[in-house]
Design a protein around this ligand. Structure first.
Ligand SMILES: [Zn+2]
Length: 341
């Protein structure tokens, strides 16, 4: 839900804090510029799509609240706007699946595992991402793991160290442990050193770092969706914070850093699930109400466009917010596209 004062479009979170979509949009503009600088021939079209991402937003209005109806989203994996949209969506879907999993398997308790390898140089990133996802697949097939784990969800995350200029790809895995796993002297139980040893066997690397965090439940016995552990599992694949530098007018990302990332995540399955969690499908999205039905119900529509004086090709930035488009210029009816996960 969004509230709309006269000019600036504001999206407030449940605590009333303003969500920084403008920051994401400015980072998207920086991403488009970096793609052009990296290789205008290969990435020109991609850069244009990102530059236009979320330029136009169309909302339904009810009780002074705006609800997003459609937007052009570029769906480029490295686009900060799309990553933020995707993270929100993936979180909502996973939270629902997790709650359903809790109802079906009330005795399976979840842990969050963070599986890492040593930081890598840019040239090694793509291969290391392959190694991580392959090793994870191997890990969840080990007998000691299948005995202990009922279901899992894993996501890939890559962080960047701007001082050392190296990359830290890692996996966040939510794992639901079978009934009895946490019992005293349980033969199923895997202590931290066991995980380290299993992960080393799966990667073929010297023992690396494995963090384990047991996750809590709310009073109904359902995994608490507000726990950071759950959000950890689905948030940004790429944390924009480390990759972007603030400039006087917006943000900047180094073309070679973007090219490295692009190559490392292209065509990858960034999230996956298995076992009992895989059996629980995401709910079907609700049927889309047509414009005619909205009109019949007297639901108003409003269109906002990103500050028109923003020059997406470079330097000049005008108003850094979405402005209401004149009502006499109806926007094209572009549905909100489904995001890839
Ligand atoms: Zn986008």
């Amino acid at each position: 839900m969004m509230t709309a004062p006269r000019k600036a479009l504001q999206h407030l979170d449940s605590r009333g804090k303003r969500r920084d979509w403008t920051g994401a949009k400015l980072k998207a503009i920086a991403t488009a510029a970096a793609y052009r600088a990296a290789d205008a021939e290969t990435h020109g079209k991609r850069a244009e799509r990102i530059a236009n991402c979320a330029n136009q937003l169309r909302f339904t209005v009810a009780n002074d609240q705006l609800t997003l109806r459609n937007a052009y989203a570029c769906k480029v994996r490295t686009c900060p706007v799309c990553m933020a949209l995707n993270a929100r969506r993936a979180f909502a879907i996973l939270a629902a699946r997790v709650a359903e999993h809790g109802r079906q398997h009330p005795r399976a308790l979840p842990v969050l595992l963070t599986l890492t390898v040593r930081n890598v140089e840019p040239v090694q990133l793509a291969n290391t991402v392959t190694l991580l996802t392959t090793a994870f697949r191997r890990l969840v097939r080990y007998r000691r793991v299948t005995r202990a784990v009922l279901g899992w969800h894993r996501s890939l995350e890559i962080t960047f160290n701007p001082i050392r200029r190296d990359y830290h790809p890692h996996i966040h895995a939510l794992m639901w442990m079978r009934d009895g796993y946490f019992a005293a002297n349980s033969p199923l139980y895997l202590a931290q050193p066991d995980w380290v040893q299993l992960w080393a066997a799966a990667t073929g690397y010297p023992p690396g770092i494995v963090h384990i965090k047991r996750l809590g439940r709310d009073t109904a016995g359902v995994l608490d969706a507000n726990l950071d552990g759950l959000f950890e599992a689905v948030k940004y694949v790429v944390k924009p914070a480390g990759f972007y530098e603030q400039t006087a007018h917006g943000w900047r990302v180094a073309p070679e850093v973007l090219a490295t990332l692009h190559h490392a995540i292209a065509g990858r399955r960034l999230r996956d699930s298995g076992g009992s969690l895989r059996q629980i499908k995401a709910a079907e999205p609700p049927r889309r109400v047509s414009d005619d039905e909205l009109a019949a119900a007297h639901v108003a529509l409003e269109t906002y466009v990103f500050g028109e004086t923003v020059d997406t090709w470079g330097e000049i930035f005008g108003p850094d917010y979405w402005q209401r488009a004149p009502p006499d210029e109806p926007a094209a009816d572009v549905p909100v596209p489904p995001m890839s996960t």
